[in-house]
Each structure stands twice: as C-alpha cells, then as structure tokens.
Design a protein around this ligand. Structure first.
Ligand code: NAD
Length: 482
C-alpha cells in the first residue's frame, strides 16, 4: 500500500511528566512510530520536562529503552532510532516552583508550532499553565494538551476550565480522551455519514437498543488508591463511554470540523435523561482469593469497580431506544465495543423457528479493531427454507491487509492532530462540564444513600443484577468470552 503520510509542520513538543508512566508507555513510543512513518519533519524537537534531575544523555537513554520496549522490533531500526533520539532534549522543571523555567524558555524556538503536553497529575495543570504564561513561553498559537482526569465533578471541572482559560484560549486547549483517537471510533463516523446504508435506519424506528461495553480483565493493581477515589463512573463512564455514546447517537454534523462535531456531541449529552436508581447497577469484584478491598487501602470502600446502566436520550431520533452501558475491571474478557441491535422485521413470511433473527452491527475498538454486521441468509443446501445469521466481518487486518491494520495508536494520532491544530477529536470545555452535570447527581445519590456495590466474581461478566437489568427488558448483553 502506498504511504499517505503527510509530514506535519516543524514543532517543539514539551512533555511535562516526560519521565512518567504515560510518557514511557504511550507518548514517546507513539512519537517514534510517527517519526518512523515519516510524519515528523527533520526540524521537529521533543523536550522532556519533569521533576527528576537528569542530563540529556540519561533522558535519551530512558527514551531509547521505552521505544525498544513498546515499539515492535520491525520498526526499531537502529539508524532511525538514533536519528529520533537526536531530536530529544531534557530539562528539569519544578511545576510548582521556579526552577528550570528560564532554561525551558531559552530552549523554545520561534517560528515553529509550540505544543505542551501536560502528562502530570491534574493538580499541576494550573501551575504549569500559569508559568507558561508568566515565562512568556506560550504564544497565541501555542497548544496545551491536558490529560484525564479532567476534574472530579462539575465544580472542579469548571474550576479547571476557568484556570486554563485565564492563560489560554479554548482553541489552544486539547483535552485528550484517547478513545477518540482510535481508528474504529473514527470509522464509526465514516460508516454512519459516508454511506447511505446505515443512517436511514439509525434511529428508534429501526434500532431496538444499543450496548456499549468497555471491559477489562485486570483489576486495579498498583493504581488502587488513585482508582478508589474515582471509581468506574468517574474513570470510564463520564469520559470514554460518554464519548462513544455521543458519536453513536449524535445527529450528522454539517461538516467534519471541530465545532460542528462537538456541538452535536454536546446536544446528545444535554438530552440524556437522569438515570433512575433501578436502572443502574454498581459492582465490586470480590472472591475469597481476590478482592477489590484487598487492592485498595480503604477496607470499607464503597467505590464501584463495575457499573452497568440503562440510559435514555430524550430526543426525536432515540425516543424509546435504550442505550445500555457497562464497564468494569476484573471481567471475563478485555473488550471495548458498541453493538447496535436492529429490530426484527415487522412480519415474518417464513415459518416459525426458521432461525430468523435481528441484524446486529458491532463496532469493535479492541481487540482486533473492526466491524461486524450479522445478516440473515438462507442456509445453503436442500431441506427447505432454513435461515442462518452470517457475519459480514470487516476486521481491518483481514479486509485491508496487515499494513493497513498496523494503524497508528490513538495517542500518536492525537498528538499529530495537536500539531496540525485540529481539535475535532478533543473534548471541548462545555462538553466535559455537561458530562459531569449528568454524572454528578448519580454519584451524589450513591454517596448520600451509602449505596453498597454488589459483589461479583473476578473474571466474570459482573454482578447478576447487571444481567437482570436487561432480562427485565427481555434483552441480553452480548456475551463476553473468556
Ligand atoms: P507518573 O506518576 O508516572 O508520572 C508523573 C510525571 O510528572 C513524572 O515525570 C514526574 O517527574 C512529573 N512530576 C510530578 N510532579 C512534578 C512537579 N512538581 N514538577 C514537574 N514534574 C513533576 O504519572 P503518569 O501515569 O505518567 O500519568 C500522568 C498523567 O496522565 C496523569 O494525569 C494521569 O492521570 C494521566 N493518565 C495516565 C495514564 C497511564 O496509563 N499512566 C492513562 C491515562 C491518563
């Protein structure tokens, strides 16, 4: 396949938290892959900025190790890796103090795109923004990339937006949700708005219900105490599942441009109905050998490691079509997917129990990014009219060849969007606030009632009550496979 990679403009990218876990596993290896692909111009430069005292050689060695560990061997060509490493510098800065800032200011070049990635804890976002301004490091065209979590609730998200707004215009702020950088998520928009086939059916008249699942097999592990302050609702639903819901449910934007897309997403969030307590199930993994409560410090924690809920969107398109969301840790399968279950044909011309069932479109974000549409056909051969469901499988690796399936990781794609100045796949401040405005009452209700999460077996599909949530509506979750 011919490479369609278009180099971005020359840039100086500063990674605050350049020695942290996210930088090591995702940001730096992702940048190398963009370099390997020829997307990074020769003048591009990456500056690690973090608390540790470290010289440039040590930082370069750190990055080399990170790339070697997290990039496929095929791409770790030593000559290219050497050239990439030459683009790296390091400066020790104290986000809360004055150390290192003059030096950083002296390193920034004029005439190139300036991007600052805040890959540090959210309590430092304001300090860094203020210093970028005070040390005159950020011009009007500079961009900042802000990691999750974006606030802990509506009040803190508003405060954070206000802090950033003191120093940066909204057009300069890139709130990252890496789910939006996934190939399949963008493909969801391509499929919906690039075909005539789906959009006419994409509404309450033809869609029975939609399921969005983001399940992880791992527990909270070493991040237990961070997670315990957050829980599945804040850590996953308010951001990632909400974004998937928006892209699935939104009206066609008039253009694929940042404000047009984000306006439509915002309308979906604002149309979400409050969730009744009987439409939501919280869970915590627990067995005699393994327990959430062992993994966290607070042995009486009521934080949920699983949540499932039925959500309604109060608008013409979706009136009466429920969206079922579920996410959890220590589940049976690691999978992120959206399942659109269409209605059954209004009348069957075939005899009963011929095997006819409803069409289902599955949009799989991981593993094996791709789409799958089940279609009912006649079972081949004699024996009368017996129907079977066959998948029209659009796994990218198979449909487009291995090279096309080797798509950029979400982080690297999003960082290149930052350099290009394209905010389409980033959350706008009002979107984030609207999402908190919807989740806050749910979380506050739990806290006020001291709601106890239901236990579920590690490695399972979650609490029994989550299955019942759909059974009550005579529906079933798409099965998770071990
Ligand atoms: P980390 O603890 O591994 O790294 C923190 C980094 O911040 C280090 O480089 C450290 O030197 C730097 N730092 C801390 N205090 C500083 C100070 N006062 N001045 C300057 N630098 C300072 O954290 P992480 O896991 O890399 O996460 C970074 C951010 O990304 C967090 O906001 C986190 O919530 C978010 N995030 C992380 C992941 C992940 O997989 N690690 C995923 C999603 C979001």
């Amino acid at each position: 396949m011919v490479s369609r990679v278009i180099p971005v403009d020359p840039f100086d990218l500063v990674i605050f938290g350049g020695t942290g876990d996210l930088a090591r596993r995702k940001i730096l290896p992702g940048l190398y892959r963009r370099f390997w692909d020829g997307q990074m111009p020769p003048e591009a430069r990456i500056i690690g900025a973090a608390r540790s005292e470290m010289d440039e050689a040590s930082y370069r060695a750190f990055v080399r190790d990170a790339v070697t560990e997290f990039v496929s061997k095929r791409k770790c060509d030593s000559e290219l890796l050497d050239q990439f490493i030459e683009r790296l510098s390091y400066v020790a800065v104290d986000a809360r103090g004055e150390d290192g800032w003059e030096q950083l200011a002296g390193m920034m070049r004029d005439g190139v795109v300036k991007a600052y990635y805040f890959s540090v804890g959210p309590s430092l976002f304001g300090d860094i923004a203020e210093r970028l301004h005070r040390f005159k490091i950020a011009d009007d065209d500079a961009r900042i990339v802000v990691e999750k979590p974006f606030g802990h609730n509506l009040e803190t998200a508003r405060a954070l937006n206000a802090t950033l707004a003191r120093h940066f215009d909204e057009t300069q702020i890139y709130r990252i949700d890496h789910y939006l950088g996934k190939e399949t998520v963008q493909n969801l928009m391509a499929v919906r708005f690039g075909n005539m086939l789906f959009e006419p059916l994409w509404n309450a008249q033809y869609v029975d219900h939609i399921q969005i699942t983001v399940a992880e097999t791992v527990g909270v592990g070493g991040r237990g105490d961070y997670y315990d302050r957050s829980g599945a609702m804040r850590d996953m639903v308010q951001n990632h599942l909400m974004q998937l819901l928006c892209l699935t449910a939104m009206e066609p934007p008039s253009k694929f441009d940042p404000d047009a897309v984000r306006d439509e997403k915002l309308k979906v969030i604002r149309a979400l109905e409050p969730v009744e307590p009987h439409d939501i199930v919280r869970g915590q993994y627990r067995s005699k050998d393994e327990s959430y409560l062992v993994d966290v410090e607070n042995k009486d924690s009521l934080t949920e490691s699983f949540v499932a809920m039925k959500v309604h969107i109060a608008n013409w398109r979706w009136n009466g079509t429920p969206f079922y969301l579920r996410t959890g840790k220590r589940m049976k399968e690691r999978v992120s997917e959206i399942v659109v279950r269409f209605k059954e044909p209004p009348h069957s011309i075939f005899e009963e129990d011929t095997g006819q069932s409803a069409n289902e479109l599955t949009i799989r974000l991981q593993p094996n990014e791709g789409m799958d549409l089940t279609v009912t056909i006649k079972e081949p051969g004699p024996g009368g009219m017996r129907l079977i469901d066959v998948p029209l499988d659009m796994t990218f690796a198979e449909a487009l060849g291995e090279e096309a399936a080797d798509v950029p990781d979400a982080y690297e794609r999003l960082i290149m969007d930052v350099i290009r100045g394209n905010q389409t796949l980033f959350m706008r401040g009002d979107e984030v606030e609207a999402a908190w405005a919807w989740t806050d009452p749910i979380i506050n209700g739990w806290e006020a009632r001291e709601d106890k999460p239901k236990p579920y077996e590690p490695g399972s599909t979650g609490p029994e009550e989550a299955l019942i949530l759909l059974h009550k509506d005579e529906r079933r979750w798409r099965e998770l496979r071990a």
